[in-house]
Design a protein around this ligand. Structure first.
Ligand SMILES: CC(C)(COP(=O)(O)OP(=O)(O)OC[C@H]1O[C@@H](n2cnc3c(N)ncnc32)[C@H](O)[C@@H]1OP(=O)(O)O)[C@@H](O)C(=O)NCCC(=O)NCCS
Length: 196
């Protein structure tokens, strides 16, 4: 089986012999979101995990799964990249999506946060996260390359993302894969990469 990057699959995975449901891509993505959710480290125990997954993972799987990829090794999902090609459109859909945790006010605030980092040059944004055992072996670079190739083919001019200032590893990573720092503010460090 080896290693591969593939599109997120919304179908539950079941064991062909017993019929029991194995870990689905969705469960894997939500769990990795929490296990990397504290500036790249495990956020388990730091509050309701849905505070993270309802902002940074589940909406992307529900609203824009054509831009969701997973990194798999020997059949196990070790990481993901979730992107929104047009942040303005995604923020509007995020706000309208009912959430088990976030009420309309909370969704509106998060949508406004997303919009603050986007502009016409850099309309897309992404999140990439890998479990520790998936880090440092090129998955992050391959996920970013897959995503940027797809977005460029769709005519998207640029991509941005926001990094927690405490996350020095991610800052080094984005610089190595062609992103440049655009600004720092209360939201974090905004990196961008033009695609044309
Ligand atoms: C940040 C992350 C996505 C990088 O993915 P990765 O698979 O570990 O990185 P890669 O192996 O593809 O490395 C690509 C390049 O970035 C560099 N790099 C990656 N992580 C680095 C780190 N922590 N410190 C310094 N350089 C780093 C690599 O050396 C490599 O450089 P090279 O191509 O010049 O040799 C991954 O480590 C991760 O998910 N971390 C935890 C969650 C997280 O912080 N996500 C980002 C939130 S904004």
């Amino acid at each position: 089986m080896g290693e591969r990057i593939r599109l997120y699959d919304p179908a539950p995975v079941s064991d062909s012999v017993s019929g029991s449901v194995l870990e689905s891509d969705r469960q894997a993505v939500l769990s990795i979101c929490v296990l990397t959710g504290d500036a790249g480290r495990d956020a388990t125990g730091l509050g309701d995990p849905r505070e993270l997954t309802e902002r940074y993972a589940a909406p992307y799987l529900d609203l824009e799964r054509e831009h969701a990829w997973v990194a798999e090794r020997e059949g196990r999902v070790l990481g993901y990249l979730l992107a929104a090609a047009d942040t303005a459109s995604f923020a509007a859909r995020f706000e309208a999506r009912p959430s088990p945790l976030l009420n309309a006010d909370a969704r509106g605030r998060h949508a406004a946060d997303m919009l603050r980092s986007a502009d016409e040059e850099y309309p897309a944004h992404l999140h990439v996260d890998l479990l520790p055992e998936g880090q440092g072996s090129g998955f992050g670079r391959r996920l970013v390359e897959h995503c940027l190739e797809q977005l460029a083919a769709e005519g998207v001019p640029g991509v941005h993302l926001v990094v927690d200032p405490r996350n020095e590893g991610a800052q080094a990573f984005y610089a190595r894969v062609g992103f440049t720092e655009r600004r720092r503010d209360a939201d974090g460090i905004v990196f961008g990469r033009l695609l044309s």
